[in-house]
Design a protein around this ligand. Structure first.
Ligand SMILES: *Cc1c(COP(=O)(O)O)cnc(C)c1O
Length: 408
C-alpha cells in the first residue's frame, strides 16, 4: 500500500478554525434563534475597490479579443506590476528593491510555506509564540520538527514568547538560530515593531548568518509614522531577509488571490561545503518549475491598487477597518478588559478574565453574547489567557457585538 507522509500525523489534531466552526455549529443548532456575530477568522468583509474591479473587467474583455489574448505569463509576474510594486512599496520608502527582486504569486500563505523548498532540512528555526499557525505547521509537514509534546509544543523548534511582560516584543534568542519568522504588524496580537527593535534582529541575523522571514501582510494598517512598513527600511536587511507581502488585507484580495515575495539579489545561504549559494536563483528556479504565474486579469487588478483612485480606495478601506478597531478598543476597555493591538493592525488582543482559559472565554462569549472570537491558545502556548477579535466586519456588526459584550 502507498506510504503516507507521516509528518502530517504529527500535526495537532483539530486545527483551530475547524474546532471553532464545530463549537459555533453546535451552539447555533441548540439555540436556533441566536444571531451570532463572527469576529473570529481574519478575513476581509468589504467589497473590492472599484479601481480593481474596473481594471479586472477590462483585462477580462481584452483576453476575449484576438489582439489582447494572453496565455502563460512570466512565472515571476508581469514586469509592469513588479515595477509598480518596486516604485510604490519600496523606492518611495527609501528601500532599494528592484522589480527583479519581486516575485508575484497567488498568496503569502503559500509563499511562506513554499519558501521551505529552497532551504535545508537541518536549519534551526525560531517562531514567535503566539504565531500565525502556517509557519509552524508547514515546518511540521516538511519534517523539520520532532514530535509534539503534551502541551502542544513541537520538539526542535525555538519558541519566542510575545506577551504582556515583554510588551509583545520577541527577545533575541540566546543561541544561534538559522531561520526566524517575524510578522509585524502581528497576527494575532496586533503588536508592532519599531525600527530600533527590528534593527536588533537584522544585526543578529547578519552576525549569525541567519535568515529572517518577514511577513508584512498587515503593513497597510500602520498608522504610526515611526513604524517600518518593510524590513528593508532597516540597513543591512537586504543581506539577511526575505519579505512576504499580500494584496489580501489591504485591497480585499482574499478571494481574488495576489501577493508577492521579495528576494534580494545579494541574499545567500550556503551548501554543505560552505560555498555561498544565492537564494534568488533557487527561488526563481523553484517558481519556474512549480508555478505558472498569477492570472493576467488578477495582476491587472493588483496593478490598479497603485493607481491614484486605487490608492484612495485602499486608504478608505483601511480607515474603515481601523475605525472598527478603535470602536472595539474603546468599548472593550469600558467593559473592563485589558486590550492590546488595534492601533496599527486590524486585530485586538484582549486578556481573558482571571481563571478562565482562552477556550473557556470563547464558550462564555458565545453563550452570553453570541459573539465569536479566536482563543489565543490556538496560536500557541503563550497565547493562553488571551483572545483575538478581528476588526474585519461591518460597522453594524462591530457595534452590535460590542454592545452585547458590554451588556453581559
Ligand atoms: C492574511 C495573512 C496573510 C495573507 O495570506 P494570503 O495567502 O496572501 O491571503 C499572510 N500572513 C498573515 C500573517 C496573514 O494573517
Amino acid at each position: 500500500m502507498v506510504k503516507v507522509n507521516e509528518n502530517y500525523l504529527k500535526l495537532k489534531a483539530g486545527y483551530l478554525f475547524p474546532e471553532i466552526s464545530k463549537r459555533v455549529n453546535n451552539y447555533t443548532q441548540a439555540n436556533s434563534n441566536s444571531k451570532v456575530i463572527k469576529l473570529g477568522i481574519g478575513d476581509v468583509t468589504e467589497p473590492l475597490p472599484k479601481a480593481c474591479v474596473n481594471a479586472m473587467g477590462e483585462a477580462l474583455n481584452e483576453m476575449g479579443t484576438n489582439n489582447g489574448f494572453k496565455g502563460y505569463g512570466p512565472e515571476q509576474g508581469y514586469g509592469w506590476l513588479r515595477e509598480k510594486i518596486s516604485v510604490n512599496d519600496f523606492i518611495s520608502r527609501g528601500c532599494q528593491i528592484s522589480s527583479e527582486e519581486i516575485f508575484v504569486s497567488d498568496g503569502s500563505k503559500c509563499d511562506s510555506s513554499n519558501i521551505l523548498d529552497i532551504l535545508g532540512d537541518d536549519n534551526l528555526i525560531a517562531v514567535t509564540d503566539p504565531v500565525y499557525p502556517v509557519y509552524v505547521d508547514t515546518n511540521v509537514m516538511t519534517g523539520r520538527t520532532g514530535e509534539t509534546l503534551q502541551n502542544g509544543i513541537y520538539q526542535g523548534l525555538v519558541y519566542l514568547a510575545i506577551n504582556e511582560e515583554n510588551n509583545f516584543q520577541p527577545e533575541i534568542p540566546k543561541k544561534k538560530v538559522d531561520i526566524v519568522y517575524l510578522c509585524f504588524p502581528n497576527n494575532p496580537t496586533g503588536a508592532t515593531i519599531t525600527k530600533q527593535e527590528l534593527k536588533k534582529w537584522v544585526d543578529y541575523a547578519i552576525e549569525n548568518k541567519s535568515l529572517i522571514l518577514f511577513d508584512a501582510a498587515y503593513e497597510a494598517f500602520i498608522q504610526d509614522k515611526n513604524i517600518p512598513h518593510s524590513i528593508y527600511e532597516i540597513e543591512g536587511a537586504k543581506n539577511c531577509a526575505i519579505e512576504f507581502r499580500s494584496f489580501s488585507k489591504n485591497a480585499g484580495f482574499t478571494g481574488v488571490r495576489c501577493a508577492y515575495t521579495v528576494i534580494p539579489k545579494n541574499l545567500s545561504g550556503q551548501n554543505s561545503k560552505g560555498d555561498k549559494i544565492d537564494l534568488w536563483s533557487l527561488w526563481n528556479r523553484r517558481q519556474c518549475t512549480k508555478f505558472n504565474g498569477v492570472s493576467y486579469i488578477v495582476q491587472r487588478g493588483a496593478e490598479a491598487v497603485y493607481s491614484s483612485q486605487g490608492k484612495k480606495e485602499v486608504n478608505s478601506l483601511i480607515d474603515f477597518y481601523m475605525k472598527n478597531a478603535e470602536i472595539m478598543q474603546k468599548k472593550l476597555r469600558s467593559a473592563g478588559f485589558k486590550v492590546y493591538g488595534g492601533d496599527n493592525a486590524p486585530y485586538v488582543w484582549i486578556k481573558v478574565p482571571d481563571r478562565m482559559t482562552s477556550w473557556d472565554f470563547f464558550d462564555y462569549l458565545l453563550e452570553k453574547a453570541d459573539v465569536v472570537g479566536t482563543p489565543g491558545s490556538g496560536f500557541g502556548l503563550a497565547g493562553e489567557g488571551y483572545f483575538r477579535l478581528s476588526a474585519f466586519n461591518s460597522r453594524l456588526n462591530v457595534n452590535n457585538a460590542m454592545e452585547r459584550i458590554i451588556n453581559i
